[in-house]
Design a protein around this ligand. Structure first.
Ligand code: UTP
Length: 233
C-alpha cells in the first residue's frame, strides 16, 4: 500500500494518435489494479493540445505570461475532467470534483482512493503541481509520465546523438533542465525546472518515463524497472 502521484503529460491524450482510446482504457485498468492492492493515487493531468492551441491563438494579443498561463490551466482542467469522468464511469472510487488547489487535493486524498486534478495557479506546469501534491500528501515518489524515453543531456529532437540517463540525482537533473524558473507559458521541458527545485529541496524521488507505453507507468507503480530515468535525492 502506498500513496503515489503521477503527472500525466497532456500530450499523452493527443488527438493525432489512433490508439488513444486504448491508452485511456489501459490507464483505467492500471488505476483499478492499483486501487485493488490498496494504493492511493493522485493523478495530475497536463494541458496538451488544447493548452498549446489556446495559448497560440491568443499570443498575438496577450503578452502577460500569467494570463497565458490561465489559458493553459483551463486546458489542464478540461483534460483532468476527461480522465476523472472515465474513471468514475468505470466504478473507480475517484473524488467528485477537480481540486483547484494542492491543499484541496491533499484533503480529497484522505477520503478518496483516487484524486484527479489539473493545474492550480500561474507560474509553473502540472509537473510542479504533481511534485507539490506528492510532497504534501507524503507520497513516496512522483512519477512523471511524459513523451520521451528518458532524460537526455540535450533535446534529442535537435541533437539525435544526445546522451540519455538511466539514473540521476535531483541536483544533476536541475542542472540539465536549468534554474527553477518559469520561462514561458506552454513551454515544454522534460520536467518543469520549478518542480525539480521543489523536489530537490524535499528530497522527493522522481521516476521519469515514456507514458505512451502504459506498461512503463504500470511498472513504475509496481516498483519495477520501468526503463526511464530514476531520479533520487
Ligand atoms: P502543462 O502542465 O501541460 O505543461 O500546462 P507543459 O509543460 O506546457 O506541457 P506538457 O507537460 O507537455 O503537457 C500547460 C500550461 O498551463 C500553464 C502553463 O502555462 C503550462 O505551460 N499552467 C499549468 C500553469 O500556469 N499553472 C499550472 O498549475 C499548470
Amino acid at each position: 500500500m502506498a500513496t503515489v502521484v503521477v503527472a500525466l503529460g497532456g500530450s499523452l491524450l493527443r488527438p493525432e494518435v489512433e490508439e488513444r482510446h486504448d491508452w485511456l482504457l489501459g490507464l483505467v485498468s492500471i488505476v483499478r489494479d492499483r486501487v485493488a492492492v490498496g494504493d492511493r493515487l493522485g493523478l495530475v493531468v497536463g494541458g496538451g493540445a488544447p493548452a498549446r492551441e489556446g495559448i497560440e491563438l491568443v499570443s498575438p494579443i496577450i503578452d502577460d505570461m500569467n494570463h497565458l498561463d490561465k489559458i493553459g490551466i483551463a486546458a489542464t482542467r478540461l483534460n483532468a475532467t476527461i480522465i476523472r469522468e472515465a474513471l468514475a464511469d468505470e466504478g473507480i472510487p475517484v473524488s467528485g470534483a477537480i481540486p483547484q488547489e494542492v491543499s484541496e487535493a491533499v484533503e480529497a486524498l484522505l477520503s478518496s482512493k483516487v484524486v484527479v486534478m489539473g493545474g492550480t495557479v500561474p507560474g509553473h506546469t502540472t509537473d510542479t503541481v504533481a511534485i507539490q501534491l506528492a510532497i504534501r500528501s507524503g507520497a513516496g515518489k512522483c512519477v512523471i509520465a511524459t513523451n520521451v524515453a528518458k532524460v537526455y543531456e540535450q533535446d534529442p529532437k535537435e541533437h539525435p546523438e544526445a546522451k540519455s540517463f538511466d539514473s540521476l540525482t535531483l541536483d544533476q537533473l536541475q542542472s540539465i533542465v536549468g534554474p527553477a524558473e518559469h520561462a514561458q507559458a506552454g513551454g515544454s521541458q522534460v520536467v518543469d525546472p520549478v518542480g525539480v527545485g521543489e523536489a530537490a529541496s524535499h528530497g522527493l524521488p522522481l521516476d521519469i518515463l515514456d507514458g505512451r507505453e502504459l506498461q512503463n507507468i504500470r511498472l513504475a507503480l509496481e516498483g519495477g524497472d520501468f526503463g526511464g530515468t530514476v531520479v533520487t535525492g
